[in-house]
Design a protein around this ligand. Structure first.
Ligand code: C2E
Ligand code: CA
Ligand code: CA
Length: 733
């Protein structure tokens, strides 16, 4: 036992009050045992009198602080443990409680004999005797204190989504709190390789980033400068540091779980030298906490980008665009200014996408996104809606400027570009809605610009249109029409009419079924109007299936009643031929109605033939294999390439009525008709001449190869019963 004798027997006690009676041998023995037991403890135990003078210390105290009993006895504990950053108020409190003889506990930063700091918990308990003795038990809580930083505050901030800078500042402040000899800063390693100061709450704003930080970020290893004055690399930052009383700087890399350097944590110490093990421990913890915060921020911004920005072009997406428009729109409410919302949609983008591949089309979109932004200027908000739709909100943009901008955009878009294997001359349709005339909120403006864009597209594309109120009225009408069409389809409001097709000798070749829709209020609506509408609102497939079903039912009915209609031709739109279930449906229908497949003719347009969808040729071949006839409608109007006639199993061509109408007027049309008739003849295909209205036309056609004839000269499309009467009347004349 190196400590003093047991307290009551100490000769050093300067003022121990009334002397206690001398202990007997047994008591002495017990006290020695007690003292031995106390020496085993890791806690420092100190016995003081009412004047706070030390009477006794155990070995634990010596191990903890380095003071031997002869150095401690007679002194006050506060004089032994006090150091540069011990809080005077806490010490004061300790003293006052002590004098009052109250039990108490306090946490404080203390110092060892060698000057190194440690966090202490002090529990003082009066022994209750007349001599006013008190036991102080000191516990080293440094590790627990550090843990408190971790679990208590920083993790709380992380969990509660505090902003990154605030969390970094919290880490700094908490480290400074447990190690008041330090000033701490955190810098973030940016994607461009530069360091950006995130937090340095204890340092003046001008202090900036330590000279050693870039080195730390580069090498990913700590750099500890024990004496800033002696390190040439620290040149001018030394002057700044020494003005603040800082002598050493130790910087540590902050690494992600994958090892990437996310930032640098710097400790600026008021004392020169290397960091103590305690400092190192704090650094380790600080690095860990900062890594958590920075990694979480990385994940958050990645998610933010994914949620609000279009991955392909980097432009704000639909949601973000609207959010970004809020501010300029609000501003314009306070300080009125004209703004333009431009809705840009590429023409025929789908075809480009299909013919040149997605990668090429993506390249075009990226390129356009870049140029749109450039032309619209830094003030404009540019976003990508979906697919090939871009939107721009341009502030300070009266109508004449908007028109000019549209011209520029159209010219930029029309410039030839190499996309995939070809040079494309893209074009776009642009709709413009003006703030505030056409709407004050972003949704209305978008909706109106979209309508204007559609008008530009309907007029042929490669142009821009300003929104006007009548567009809105038409759009409302369309919406209403769409709803009614849906309803008619479901509740039997549609009819098929049949137009006869005749051989040159007058015999019935077949009938073309044509769709008719009588709107409850608007009356007859021509298919040229409602068929595209059905296509746009996704009604085309159910509509086509209805037509197929109804035509087969009618044909079977005629057959059952002995009415000889050899075949019925149907018009199916391009999108219907993309349906994977089409062939199965047709096969089922033919079976159900006991019809020979050859009685069904499906008219296809060139759009169908040109489709890049692999399902389309597959369907055409499968239908042909089934025995269904395929007819090429409107022949001569498009790019009708003869090569398609070879490639696809077409058995019939329909000469477009625009040529028939020119018979007797335009020799070129007549020549074309003749050559089509020749081609049909040599390829062994039927040619149906549509739109035959006059005797002259009939004569010309019959004289030149006798195609099948269809037109008002014979009959318009008729309801089934009228068609039957027409047949009957013909037979009887
Ligand atoms: P289309 O397939 O070329 O149909 C021929 C059109 O010419 C029909 O117009 C018919 O009534 C009209 N027509 C017939 N003979 C004459 C004539 O001598 N002179 C003139 N001027 N016109 C004649 P409709 O019924 O208005 O159909 C227009 C277009 O609507 C059709 O052109 C077709 O593309 C589409 N359509 C009609 N019914 C359907 C259908 O059931 N499904 C699909 N997808 N489209 C249909
Ligand atoms: Ca047709
Ligand atoms: Ca036609």
């Amino acid at each position: 036992m190196t400590a003093t004798d047991p307290p009551a027997a100490t000769p050093h006690a300067p003022d121990a009050g009334t002397p206690a009676p001398a202990p007997d041998a047994g008591q002495q023995q017990r006290m020695r045992q007690l003292s031995q037991a106390l020496d085993c403890s890791d806690n420092g135990v100190v016995l003081c009198d009412r004047n706070a003078r030390i009477h006794y210390i155990n070995e634990g105290f010596t191990r903890m602080f380095g003071h031997r009993p002869d150095e401690a006895i007679g002194k006050r504990p506060r004089d032994l443990i006090r150091g540069p950053h011990t809080e005077p108020a806490t010490l004061e409190q300790l003293g006052a409680r002590h004098r009052a003889g109250h039990a108490h506990r306090e946490d404080l930063l203390g110092y060892r004999k060698d000057g190194s700091p440690l966090w202490l918990s002090v529990v003082a308990t009066p022994l209750g005797g007349d001599d006013g003795l008190l036991v102080n038990v000191f516990t080293d809580i440094t590790a627990a204190k550090i843990h408190e930083v971790l679990s208590g505050k920083v993790l709380y901030a992380l969990v509660h989504e505090e902003p990154l800078a605030a969390t970094a500042a919290l880490v700094c402040r908490e480290i400074e709190r447990v190690a008041p000899d330090l000033l701490v800063s955190v810098a973030r390693h940016e994607a461009n390789g530069e360091l950006q100061l995130l937090a340095a709450p204890g340092l003046p704003p001008a202090f900036g980033i330590s000279a050693t930080c870039p080195l730390v970020a580069q090498r990913g290893r700590p750099v500890e400068v024990p004496d800033l004055g002696a390190d040439p690399a620290c040149g001018n930052c030394h002057a700044q540091a020494s003005a603040l009383g800082l002598r050493a700087c130790w910087s540590y890399p902050i690494r992600s779980t994958s090892g990437q350097v996310l930032g640098v944590l710097s400790f600026h110490s008021r004392h020169p030298g290397q960091p103590s093990p305690w400092h190192r421990k704090l650094a380790e913890l600080g690095q860990y906490l900062c890594a958590l915060a920075l990694e979480r921020e990385q994940a958050r911004s990645r998610m933010h980008r994914l949620a609000f920005y279009d991955v392909l072009t980097g432009l704000p997406n639909r949601v973000m665009f609207s959010a970004l428009c809020e501010q300029p729109l609000q501003l314009a409410e306070q300080q009125p200014m004209p703004m333009a919302l431009l809705f840009v949609d590429l023409d025929r983008f789908k075809r480009l996408n299909e013919s040149q591949g997605h990668a090429a089309a993506d390249g075009l979109l990226r390129d356009l996104a870049h140029h749109l932004q450039e032309l619209a200027g830094a003030e404009a908000v540019v976003g990508r809606q979906v697919g090939d739709e871009f939107v721009l909100l341009v502030p300070q943009c009266p109508q004449h400027r908007a028109a000019l901008l549209c011209e520029q955009l159209l010219a930029m878009i029309a410039a030839p570009r190499v996309v995939g294997s070809i040079t494309v001359h893209a074009s776009a349709s642009i709709g413009v809605a003006m703030y505030p005339e056409d709407g004050r909120g972003i949704d209305t403006l978008l909706q109106h610009a979209d309508l204007a864009m559609r008008r530009a597209k309907d007029e042929g594309g490669a142009r821009f249109r300003f929104f006007s109120a009548d567009m809105n009225r038409l759009a409302q009408e369309r919406l209403l029409l769409e709803a009614t069409l849906r309803d008619s389809l479901r509740h039997g409001g549609l009819r098929l009419h049949y137009q006869p097709q005749l051989h040159g000798d007058g015999g019935l070749y077949g009938a073309e079924a044509l769709l008719r829709w009588k709107h409850p209020h608007l009356g007859d609506i021509p298919p040229a109007r409602f068929v595209p509408l059905a296509e746009e609102c996704g009604l085309m497939t159910p509509l086509s299936y209805w037509v197929l079903e109804e035509a087969c039912r009618q044909l079977a009915d005629w057959h059952a009643r002995g009415i000889a209609v050899p075949r019925v031709a149907l018009n199916l739109s391009a999108s219907t031929f993309e349906q994977p279930r089409l062939v199965e449906q047709v096969r089922g229908l033919l079976q159900r109605h006991h019809l020979p497949a050859a009685a069904l003719v499906l008219e296809i347009t060139e759009g169908v033939m040109l489709s890049e969808q692999p399902q389309v040729p597959a369907n055409l071949h499968a239908l042909h294999a089934l025995g269904v006839q395929l007819s090429l409608d409107d022949f001569g109007t498009g790019y009708s390439s003869l090569s398609h006639l070879h490639r696809l199993p077409i058995s019939e061509m329909k000469l477009d009525r625009s040529f028939i109408g020119e018979i007797g007027h335009d020799p070129a049309a007549a020549a074309l008709i003749l050559s089509v008739l020749r081609i049909g003849e040599s390829l062994g295909k039927h040619v149906v001449a549509e739109g035959v209205e006059t005797e002259q036309q009939r004569r010309f056609l019959i004289d030149n190869g006798s195609p099948v004839l269809q037109g008002y000269l014979y009959a318009p499309a008729l309801p089934a019963d009228a068609f039957e009467r027409w047949l009957h009347e013909r037979a009887s004349t």
